[in-house]
Ligand binder design. Structure first.
Ligand code: ATP
Ligand code: MG
Length: 376
C-alpha cells in the first residue's frame, strides 16, 4: 500500500500542497521549522485519526484559517484503491470521508497502515502507562477497525459510569436499588466493550512479542534480551472473551464500595500497562537512552512485520528526523524496511544523513516555509 497522491489545504503551515510521491523512498529535507514533521503528521492523521503532536484539531488548522483538509489516494494491492479525506474545522467536529462517503471517525480508520518513528515515540518506552496504552490503541486500531469501535464504546460507557459514581458520592453516598440497577447496567456496557479491548490487546502483544524479540536480538547482537508483556489491570484477564468478561464483572463487584467512595471507576483496561523488559528489568526505569532507542526500534520493526503478515503488504514508513541519532547498524536496519518494498517518507535537515545508495534510489524534496519542491 502506498500513497499515490497527497493534498493538504490549510493544514499546519501548508496553505496548499499537492504531492504525487514516489512509491518508494521520499526524502524530505529542510531547515528547522519549515514543515517536515507537519507533512508526516498529515499522513499519520489519515492512517490513525490522530495527530502526532497536537491534542486538539484546532492546533492542526493553519492560523487564520477556519478549516483544514488532508486528503490522500492510497493504492492497495489486496483491496480496492481508496481515497481518504479528513476535514478539520474550528466550529464543527471533524469529518472523515472514505471514497467521498462520510463516516464516523473511528470507523474510517485502518484504510492504510503506517509505521512511524520519531523522537516522541521514545515516550512509549520511557513514559507513563498512558503513553503505552495510547501506543497499543493506535497500533491495534490500524489493524482492526473493530478494536477502534470497542474502544470508543468503552470510553463512552466509562465516562457515563464515572459521572454516575461521582453523582452518588456528591449525594452523600446513598445507594438506592434504582441506583444499583443503573450502575449494573453500566457495568454490563463496560464489561461488553472492555473485554473486547482486553482480548485484542492480549492478542496484539502476543503477536508482536516474537517479532520484537527477534529484531532486538539482532540489534543488540545477541547481548541483551527483550521481553514484552501485557499487564492488564483486571487480574487473570487471560483467556477467551467470556472468561475475561466474567473476571471483569467480578472485579467490578468487588470494587463497588470503593468506587462509590472514591467516585470513579477503578477496574478496567483504562489502567492497563505494557511491560517492556530488557534482561528482565523494566526499560522505563533501568535502560540507558541507547537501550531505550533499541527497544523502540525493535517495536517498529515488529510493527512492520506484523502489518506485512496481516495485510500482505508493507505499511507506509514515516521516519521523522531519526537518522542522524542512530549508529550505522541501527540506521541500516531501519532503512532495510524501506528496501523491502515499502513507501517511506523520511525527514532530515540535510541529505547528508543518508547513505549514498539510499540517495541514489530516493526522490528528494526540499521544504521551505510550507512549500515543497523536488530536488531530484
Ligand atoms: N496551526 C499552524 N498554523 C500555521 N503554522 C503552524 C501551525 N502549527 C505549526 N506551525 C508551524 O509550522 C512550522 C513547521 O513545523 P514542523 O514541525 O513541521 O517543522 P520541521 O520542519 O519538522 O522542523 P524541525 O527540523 O525543527 O523538526 C513551525 O514553525 C510551526 O510554528
Ligand atoms: Mg520536525
Amino acid at each position: 500500500m502506498y500513497l499515490t497522491e497527497l493534498s493538504l489545504c490549510n493544514f499546519r503551515n501548508y496553505e496548499r500542497l499537492h504531492l504525487e510521491p514516489d512509491a518508494g523512498l521520499n526524502l524530505i529535507t529542510g531547515e528547522n521549522a519549515q514543515g517536515k514533521t507537519n507533512l508526516l503528521e498529515a499522513i499519520y492523521l489519515l492512517a490513525t485519526g490522530r495527530a502526532l503532536r497536537a491534542g486538539k484539531d484546532d492546533e492542526l488548522i493553519r492560523w487564520n484559517a477556519e478549516e483544514a483538509t488532508v486528503q490522500a489516494h492510497i493504492y492497495r494491492e489486496q483491496s480496492l484503491d481508496v481515497r481518504v479525506q479528513v476535514i478539520l474545522s474550528r466550529a464543527q467536529p471533524r469529518v472523515v470521508k472514505v471514497d467521498g462517503q462520510t463516516y464516523r471517525a473511528a470507523t474510517a480508520l485502518g484504510q492504510f497502515n503506517v509505521v512511524v518513528f520519531s523522537a516522541i515515540d521514545l515516550e512509549v518506552v520511557r513514559g507513563q502507562p498512558a503513553d503505552r496504552r495510547r501506543y497499543l490503541d493506535v497500533e491495534i486500531s490500524m489493524l482492526s477497525p473493530a478494536y477502534a469501535r470497542a474502544l470508543m464504546g468503552y470510553r463512552r460507557a466509562l465516562e457515563q459510569r464515572n459521572r454516575l459514581l461521582k453523582g452518588i458520592r456528591e449525594g452523600g453516598g446513598t445507594v438506592t436499588p434504582s441506583i444499583i440497577d443503573l450502575l449494573e447496567a453500566w457495568d454490563e456496557q463496560l464489561v461488553r466493550y472492555g473485554s473486547g479491548v482486553i482480548v485484542a490487546r492480549e492478542r496484539f502483544i502476543c503477536a508482536l512479542r516474537p517479532l520484537a524479540c527477534a529484531a532486538h536480538a539482532e540489534l543488540s547482537e545477541g547481548r541483551e534480551q527483550l521481553d514484552i508483556r501485557y499487564a492488564p489491570a483486571i487480574e487473570e484477564a487471560q483467556g477467551e472473551r467470556e472468561q475475561v468478561a466474567e473476571r471483569f464483572r467480578q472485579q467490578l463487584r468487588k470494587m463497588r464500595e470503593e468506587e462509590i467512595r472514591r467516585g470513579t471507576t477503578l477496574a478496567g483496561p483504562q489502567r492497563d500497562d505494557l511491560l517492556l523488559l530488557v534482561d528482565g528489568k523494566e526499560a522505563r526505569t533501568y535502560a540507558s537512552q541507547g537501550q531505550q532507542r533499541t527497544v523502540m526500534l525493535s517495536l517498529k520493526q515488529a510493527e512492520f512485520e506484523l502489518t506485512l503478515q496481516e495485510r500482505q503488504e508493507p505499511p507506509v514508513v514515516l521516519l521523522d528526523d531519526v537518522m542522524s541519532d542512530l549508529d550505522d547498524l541501527r540506521r541500516s536496519q531501519l532503512l532495510r524496511m524501506t528496501l523491502r518494498g515499502a513507501q517511506a517518507f523520511i525527514t532530515a535537515t540535510s541529505a547528508e544523513a543518508f547513505p549514498r545508495q539510499i540517495l541514489a534510489v530516493a526522490r528528494t524534496y526540499r521544504v521551505q516555509n510550507g512549500r515543497l519542491e523536488v530536488v531530484q
